[in-house]
Design a protein around this ligand. Structure first.
Ligand SMILES: [Zn+2]
Length: 310
């Protein structure tokens, strides 16, 4: 994809490297639902995140939050239907949550907690986190710009109705960001996207994303895409990554962009004690090694800094 990389010094006040942390799949779901998505506040995944962030107050977590979550199963459970060509692409192949049960504006306590807990920044993670056909969590697939426009409008209207403060950035569920989605995002004043994860490609200043989501974008730098109308932030580190990968990114003056998922249902990078302890140790090592040479930041803050210098 055509792009222009943004060097770290542009958004990090001359520091050597930058670190940010984003968490996907945040919704008001509670333990009494099919899984916990943050709805149990300090008693659930958000409590585990807050423990980590309290220990490293220079860092905030960006919570990519879904406006009206409907997904229950990530894989088809209607097995027979899933075998019928044509029809299977036009039907939901697993049960979904009741319509509007997880609309953010129906969960004021959850919204208030996110708004008032100082260590969280909120980003956009789709309308329903659900799609017809075999690939359920990939919400944006082969639809038109007009369709995506309608979905994004509804998503943004729910955030507004709920009063949930957020940054103008979208992480599309399942990473997929087709060109018409990027166009619709621009139409809806979305300023940045986070839609490439690559935790395998070796680190170098020239390395490009080549795993989930958009390929061929800088792996350790943000980049302008879509005629400079959007900024892209890569994900380059997760629970399965070795600490050496983080230090290589920092050594090259890049952006270490760490991902977790709030939902604990078999995800290898779930917000569990073992991952939070690992990040606690990693952050402490980075602080000890680099002191104040690191810019601890968020995707929202970086977007604003980059745009302020245009
Ligand atoms: Zn997701």
């Amino acid at each position: 994809m055509n792009h222009t990389p943004v060097q770290t010094a542009v958004f990090a006040d001359g520091k050597k490297a930058a670190v940010c942390f984003t968490v996907d799949d945040v919704s008001p779901l509670k333990k009494t639902d099919p899984y916990e998505g943050g709805g149990d506040l300090l008693e659930g995944g958000l409590g585990k995140l807050k423990w980590l962030l309290d220990r490293h107050p220079q860092l905030k977590a960006t919570l990519f939050t879904t406006a009206n979550w409907r997904e229950i199963e990530a894989r088809p459970t209607r097995k027979l239907l899933a075998k019928i060509p044509w029809l299977r692409d036009r039907m939901y192949l697993a049960k979904r949550l009741k319509r509007d049960s997880m609309r953010l504006d129906k969960h004021p306590e959850f919204v208030q907690f996110l708004n008032e807990t100082g260590c969280f920044e909120i980003g956009l993670h789709g309308l329903h986190h659900c799609h017809k056909g075999p690939v359920i969590p990939v919400e944006f697939q082969n639809e038109t710009r007009a369709h995506f426009d309608a979905v994004l409008r509804e998503m943004l209207a729910i955030f507004k109705e709920a009063g949930l403060r957020h940054v103008p950035g979208l992480c599309p569920p399942g990473w997929n960001a087709p060109e018409p989605l990027l166009e619709a995002a621009i139409d809806n004043n979305i300023e940045f996207v986070a839609s490439a994860r690559d935790v395998l490609t070796p680190i170098s200043p020239e390395a490009q994303t080549n795993m989930s989501g958009i390929k061929g974008l800088p792996l350790i730098y943000p980049a302008f895409i879509s005629d400079k109308k959007l900024i892209h932030f890569p994900t380059n580190f997760q629970a399965t990554s070795r600490a050496e990968r983080a230090f290589e990114i920092i050594k090259h003056g890049g952006l270490l962009c760490i991902k977790a998922h709030i939902v604990d249902c078999g995800m290898f990078d779930s917000v569990k004690d073992v991952y939070m302890n690992y990040l606690d140790l990693l952050f402490s090592q980075i602080e000890k090694t680099y002191g104040d040479q690191i810019c601890w930041t968020t995707v929202g803050q970086m977007n604003a800094r980059i745009r302020a210098q245009l």
